[in-house]
Ligand binder design. Structure first.
Ligand SMILES: NC(=O)C1=CN([C@@H]2O[C@H](COP(=O)(O)OP(=O)(O)OC[C@H]3O[C@@H](n4cnc5c(N)ncnc54)[C@H](OP(=O)(O)O)[C@@H]3O)[C@@H](O)[C@H]2O)C=CC1
Ligand SMILES: O=C(CO)[C@H](O)[C@H](O)COP(=O)(O)O
Length: 474
């Protein structure tokens, strides 16, 4: 077994790459590993007795590639952008026709499309593959969203189905479409992740600033919510986050963490693509923007001094069971709206790029392994299985739930606004819903303005054709 060539190579042994390599090795495959800091590959083998027998570290890239069986599978797990391009440029000359390069990191799908085109005619294959689940997911079972040429997928499938998370026994991995489809879907996954996290943070803000609740009490509520309709990984970890104490001070750790959110770009990519496609992904946009605002901490501190005297109403939230249930229902309703926006973005991209994305399958492979995994995704999968989904907000699976929950969302947004508690994502969800559900909007006036200042023309309700009006001179 010692000299048996490796089934796959992983280049990049950070949090994700190292854990994915161990996951692959544990499933009985031999995995060659290489890293900029070369020693990490050897440490991965030596520090993992048993599993390490299947880990084949290399000192040079040439040695790494030479240790792979043919056709070779080389998986990159490094930060997005130029690093991926640099690694492709290094590795591609060492490969042969039929070999496959896989970018398993997060990537701007436009880069993935470009890289797929770049290998055309070389005999090499390029796969853009989204992997979600963080460190533990990579180690024990992530959700995997595969793009690229369909005929390349069977080469990866035996390994991917073994290492992926399982939902009721079904592996959470699928080929979703050509070139950038896999990375696009991962990008929307992350956009939804941003929205989910922001909305949870807003509810936390209401509990903390509007209800005066302490972290322990909030942890208990999120723990309870995790047994109901909101049951999900993100709600589960929120309860853990809130319950955790700082070992040095004994205080809730969350109270000591600086309120500046980081971001690596995937949420922003989701919003940019939604905008390009003309889809209103407003809840995701609000979540991305909220991270941006959060990062301007000293500026916010200054602004808080200027507006310290502003008169807001006393928060009208109740910590009684009914008040907590109202928050829960508001969050559930806004969540449906946020997911509807994410799915609308994928549906639009599918049409625009001719991908034929299997939207139901996407919900299925998100049910386990990934950061947004939840019971709720099973309902989305069910809606697509029934068929005829134009938008999740028009699906019989959700109409009743949104109808029943919208009052709670409305009340929570209204009360938070009056109390001066920011709820940008929750209010964006509500505004989108109200805009989406009205047959007669207000952009007739926008069209009139555009026609007045720029002769942009408009359509009329009472007759066909394109019209320009000679508006009075202003
Ligand atoms: N962390 C997470 O939860 C998730 C991350 N991802 C994505 O996975 C990818 C990897 O992320 P993660 O493992 O967290 O990142 P880490 O920061 O933990 O690891 C980065 C890896 O990239 C290597 N690297 C960094 N810069 C260079 C460079 N200039 N040239 C060559 N190698 C370089 C590092 O090598 P060295 O050891 O020498 O520094 C290391 O192996 C990213 O695209 C990320 O967005 C996807 C899902 C979840
Ligand atoms: O892809 C992921 C999960 O699905 C990563 O955890 C990603 O890094 C999260 O994004 P950000 O760092 O921007 O919060």
């Amino acid at each position: 077994m010692g000299d048996r060539p490796a089934d796959i190579g992983v280049y990049g042994l950070g949090t994700m790459g190292a854990n994915l390599a161990l996951n692959i090795a544990e499933k009985g495959f031999r995995v060659a590993v290489f890293n900029r800091t070369v020693e990490k590959g050897f440490a991965l083998r030596d520090d993992n007795p048993g599993i390490g027998d299947n880990v084949v570290p290399a000192s040079t890239l040439k040695e790494f590639v030479a240790s792979l069986k043919s056709p070779r599978l080389v998986l990159f797990m490094v930060p997005a952008g130029k690093i991926v391009d640099a690694e492709i440029a290094e590795v591609a000359p060492l490969l042969s026709p039929g070999d496959v390069m896989i970018d398993a990191g997060n990537a701007d799908f436009n880069d993935t499309v470009r890289r797929s085109r770049d290998v055309e005619g070389t005999g090499l294959n390029f796969v853009g593959m989204g992997v979600s689940g963080g460190e533990l997911g990579a180690r024990h079972g992530p959700s995997i969203m595969v793009g690229g040429a369909k005929d390349t997928y069977p080469q990866l499938e035996p390994i991917l189905t073994k290492i992926a998370a399982k939902y009721e026994g079904a592996p959470c991995v699928a080929w979703l479409g050509p070139d950038g489809a896999g990375h696009f879907v991962k990008t929307i996954h992350n956009g939804i992740e941003y929205a989910d996290m922001q909305m949870i943070a807003e509810i936390y803000g209401i509990m903390r600033d509007g209800m005066g609740m302490q972290a322990d009490a909030m942890a208990a509520i999120f723990g309870e919510w995790n047994k109901g309709g909101l049951s999900s990984y993100l709600i589960e970890i929120t309860a853990v986050n809130l319950a955790e104490k700082d070992p040095e001070t004994g205080k809730p750790l969350v109270d000591l963490i600086v309120d500046e959110a980081g971001q690596k770009g995937t949420g922003r990519w989701a919003v940019i693509e939604a905008q390009k496609l003309g889809v209103g992904a407003t809840t995701i946009e609000a979540a991305v923007s909220a991270r941006g605002v959060s990062s301007r901490r000293s500026e916010r501190a200054e602004a808080s001094r200027f507006y310290a005297g502003i008169a807001t109403e006393a928060a009208d939230f109740s910590a009684e069971a009914a008040g907590i249930a109202e928050l829960e229902q508001a969050l559930e309703t806004a969540k449906i709206i946020a997911y509807a926006q994410g799915y609308a973005t994928m549906a639009s991209a599918s049409e625009e790029f001719g991908w034929n994305l299997p939207l139901g399958t996407i919900a299925e492979i998100w049910r386990a392994g990934c950061i947004i995994r939840s019971q709720f995704l099973d309902d989305i999968a069910g809606a697509y299985e029934t068929g005829g989904v134009v938008n999740l907000l028009q699906s019989p699976a959700f109409i009743g739930r949104v109808e029943a929950g919208q009052t709670a969302l409305r009340k929570v947004v209204a009360k938070a606004s009056m109390a001066g508690i920011p709820v940008p994502a929750l209010s964006a969800a509500l505004a989108y819903f109200d805009d989406y559900r009205r047959a007669r909007g207000t952009t007739n006036l926008t069209q009139a303005q555009r026609d007045l200042f720029g002769a942009h023309t408009f359509h009329r309700l009472d007759r066909d054709g394109v019209f320009h009006h000679r508006w009075p001179a202003v």
